[in-house]
Each structure stands twice: as C-alpha cells, then as structure tokens.
Design a protein around this ligand. Structure first.
Ligand code: NAD
Length: 465
C-alpha cells in the first residue's frame, strides 16, 4: 500500500535522532506523548490519535505495558450463524482483514444445514519444561526423577493451593532424553503437566517450573537452567468437525459436486506440500486469531503452538482436512489452544470481557472448542473461494473500502469510491485517488452519490449473510 497520510505531515517518514530515552517509563502517559511528539515532530492529528481512547481506557493500557503512548484499535465484529454442539453463537472476532467475518459467517451458515459444528477440547493441561544439564548418567537421572513423581506433584501443588481447590493442579511427570544436537550430552528434560482449569496458564506453570527446579537438581545431581512452559500445548488440543451437504456447496454456476471436489483437492494439496499447508493454516488462523484476540488471549502463544503442532510429524502439515463422505463434505480440525477465560492481562480489557459475555462466559475448554470451529469455518470459506472464482473477487471487493479510506475518501464517499474501483477492476491507491477526484468533482450530484449503492459491493457483502 502506498502513502496513507493526509493533511499535515503528509508522506513524511517520522524518525528520531536517538531512541535512547532513559526514564521514559517513569513519565505519565501524557508526558510520554508530548515527548515523542517533539522527538518525531508529530502533527496535531497524530498526537490526537494517541490521546484518543476506545474501549480500552488509556489508564488501563498504561498499567498493562511499560512505555505506553496510546492504544491501537482494530475492528471488533461478529462471526454469525454458528451452531456449535447444538448451541447458537455469534462469535466476537477482532480482526483488520476485511473478508474474515463475511467468510466465517458464510461457512457457518453452510454448516448449519447438517447441524453445525461439533467441537470439544481436552482438559486444560499445560506443561512445564525443566531442562537439566550435567546430569551424569541419563538412565539413572531419569529413574530418580520418576521415582520422585509423587513428591514432585505435591511440591507443584503446594505452589498453587487455590488452583488445587478449584479442581486443577499437577497431573503427571515425564522425562525426555533427547539426542544431543551438537555432540555434547543428550538433552535431559523433565515435563510436569498441570491442569490449569480456566486460565491460559503460562504464569501458573512457570511458577511450577521454577518452584520444582531445585528438587529436580537435587534428584539428578545436575544443574537446571531453563524452566518455563512449552507453547506446544499438545496436551490441550481442541477439535471441531462439520459435515456440509454437497448440494450446499454449489456456487454461482458451479455444481456442489464440483466445488466439493475443489475443496478436497485443496486439502490434498496442503497434505502433500508444506508451502501450501502454510497458507492453508493461515486461512485457519484467520478464524482462530480474531477470537483469541477478542477474548483477550495471547495470540502469539496460540500461533506458536499451532504451527509447532502442524510440524509435529517432522513435516509441516495442515491443521484441518476435508474429504467427501457420500453426499457430505466432511471437515475436521485439531490444534492446541491454550486459551483462558480468567487471569492474564488483556482480559482486563472491557471489550474482551464483553466478548466473553457474548459467548455466554464459557469455560476455557468451551472457548477453545468455539475457536477451533471458527478456524474450521474460515478454512472452508477460503477453500471454497479458491475452488471457484479464486479469493480475489470477494477479498478485493471488501479490501476496496480500505483502499478508498487510504486514498482520503471522506466516510460518506467511501462506499461510492470503493464501488467505482471494484467496477473498474482497479483496486489500487491510484485508482481510488482518481475515483475520489471524479466523485468529489461531481458536487452537484453529491446527494445521489451518497445514497447510491453499488451492485458489486452488495454482492460481495452478501457472503456474510
Ligand atoms: P495468571 O497469572 O493471571 O493466572 C491465572 C489466575 O487466575 C491465577 O491467579 C488463578 O488463581 C486465577 N483463577 C481464578 N479462577 C480460576 C479458574 N477457574 N481456573 C484457573 N485459574 C483461576 O495468568 P496465566 O493464565 O497463568 O498466564 C497467562 C499470561 O501469561 C498471559 O498474559 C500470557 O501472555 C502470559 N505469558 C505467556 C508466556 C508464553 O506463552 N510463553 C510466557 C509468560 C507469560
């Protein structure tokens, strides 16, 4: 995308002479903004955008991270039509990519025809990793750790009595001796699995990892350096499944059989080729991440877990697959989803709390199941589009509105400019600038223009219904 600036400061790349700003974190947020406004020579509009507050109050943001200077809003929308385990959901999704909400809503509608999605999640086990160096004889060290299983579990539980009182706590101990990566000693790792209930669990598990490390050292005679959770939360998988009647897949002249065949071929392609699997999984995360973000969860943790899981066989593979079974297209997805509905930091965000409320304040497991179903829906919508006209038609049609905004179209002209560049098949910044000039020039016809509606955009938008 080209330059999106307007007004003062247009096109000027901001920069500072030195990013060395000791004590920045000690300033108030307003003082920080004033300081960087001077340092970067920010325009009045740019400063105002930092002072603006959306659903996340600036004071809360200031308590969440160091060096805060503002908040960054992204759209929060609803993925509609979801029927998951027989229950209706309008799924809150925070996402900037234009086509995602329309796409998942379309796919969820198609899935309703055969009862929607079934989805479930494992118990919420997270895993602490404690790496031991200089342990001597690996067999003996392993034996001593496993013999002390009960002692390790009890010690871990003593660190989180309230978690134990809620029904969670340490569940199991595992020892893994991994082949040396460099000719030195093999890598010796103790895994301690903890049921974290409704928390995401990173902090809970890290406390456990650090708390049991001295006992692990005493047992093995070795030295512990690394002690932290793994984001490959493969004891905490979520699964979803749907069956779409083949006839439901018919699309604009293409038969249901043909579209189904295209989706199945796309699934085979992703199974065979990591290059394709990466994009296939990106389409899945288009559905998962917005739910993760809207509910105040740690999307980096989810992304890391999903992709590591996708590569677990040694070859990067698709997280969801599709096959035809009689008169149905059957989709299944499985991925780790370490999501919390309590604790964490982003969940203090009022919009995240509202998102959880819109979902009926689910347990962590239910939330994971919902996110898995949303990922499967997003995957289906992308594959269906790819199997028919390609994704550009719907995508670029919706993208056109962002391009129109970027070209400086005032809000009341955005749809009109977007419609013009879609019709002209010129969805670019330059195309939008020209369209805007035409529209703005036709001042006499402005009233008509404002109320006019594009046939093409209406069609694109209909995916979401
Ligand atoms: P947390 O520290 O807030 O712990 C959860 C809290 O919720 C605990 O105090 C627990 O007692 C309480 N709680 C209340 N009701 C509960 C229930 N029903 N079930 C379980 N706990 C309940 O948060 P956390 O979930 O341990 O850690 C999540 C945070 O850790 C996220 O902000 C994440 O970004 C961050 N983090 C992630 C990583 C990583 O992924 N690698 C590393 C470090 C920190």
């Amino acid at each position: 995308m080209t330059n999106t600036q307007d007004g003062d400061g247009a096109g000027r790349a901001a920069g500072i002479r030195s990013a060395w700003m000791p004590g920045f974190y000690k300033l108030t947020m307003d003082e920080r903004v004033a300081r960087i406004a001077r340092a970067f020579e920010l325009s009045r509009d740019e400063v105002a955008s930092l002072h603006a507050s959306g659903a996340l109050p600036r004071e809360v943001a200031d308590r969440m991270v160091e060096n805060a200077i503002g908040t960054m809003e992204i759209p929060l929308g609803l993925g509609l039509n979801f029927l998951i385990n027989g229950r209706e959901y309008a799924v809150p999704m925070a996402v900037e990519e234009p086509s995602v909400l329309a796409a998942v809503s379309f796919a969820a509608k198609a899935a309703r025809a055969a009862g929607g999605f079934t989805a479930e999640a494992d118990p919420q086990w997270m895993t602490a990793q404690i790496q031991v160096a200089r342990y001597g004889d690996a067999g003996r060290a392993r034996e001593r750790v496993l013999e002390a299983r009960d002692e390790l579990l009890a010690l871990a539980d003593s660190l989180h009595p309230s978690l134990v009182a809620r029904g969670g706590g340490a569940r199991d101990v595992e020892v893994r001796v991994l082949p040396s990566p460099d000719g030195g000693e093999d890598v010796f790792v103790v895994h301690l699995h903890v049921d974290v209930q409704d928390a995401m669990g990173a902090n809970l598990v890290n406390t456990v990892a650090e708390g049991v490390a001295p006992l692990v050292e005493a047992l093995t005679g070795g030295r512990v350096y690394l002690r932290i959770l793994t984001n490959l939360a493969d004891r905490r998988l979520a699964r979803a499944r749907c069956e779409i009647p083949v006839a439901e897949m018919a699309d604009r002249g293409a038969s249901g059989d043909d579209v189904c065949e295209g989706v199945v071929q796309a699934s085979r392609f992703a199974d065979a080729d990591p290059h394709r699997a990466a994009t296939h999984n990106k389409g899945i995360m288009n559905g998962v991440d917005p739910v993760v973000i809207a509910t105040g969860n740690d999307w980096r943790a989810v992304e890391a877990g999903a992709h590591a899981f996708a590569a677990r066989s040694g070859r990067y593979s698709p997280l969801a697959t599709w096959r035809r079974v009689d008169e149905f297209l059957e989709g299944t997805i499985e991925l780790p989803l370490a999501l919390g509905t309590v604790g964490g930091t982003l969940r203090v965000h009022p919009a995240a709390r509202l998102a959880l409320r819109l979902l009926g304040n689910p347990s962590a497991g239910k939330l994971a199941a919902i996110a898995a179903a949303t990922g499967l829906a997003s995957n289906l919508a992308a594959l269906r589009a790819l199997a028919t006209d390609g994704i550009q038609r719907g995508h670029m049609g919706l993208h056109a509105r962002s391009v129109a905004v970027a070209a400086g179209a005032p809000m009341h002209l955005v749809d009109r400019v977007a419609a013009m560049i879609v019709e002209a098949r010129e969805i670019t910044f330059d195309g939008a600038t020209r369209a805007l000039a035409t529209v703005a020039g036709a001042a006499a016809a402005l009233t008509d223009v404002v109320t006019g509606e594009s046939h093409d955009l209406a069609h694109v938008g209909s995916h979401g219904r």
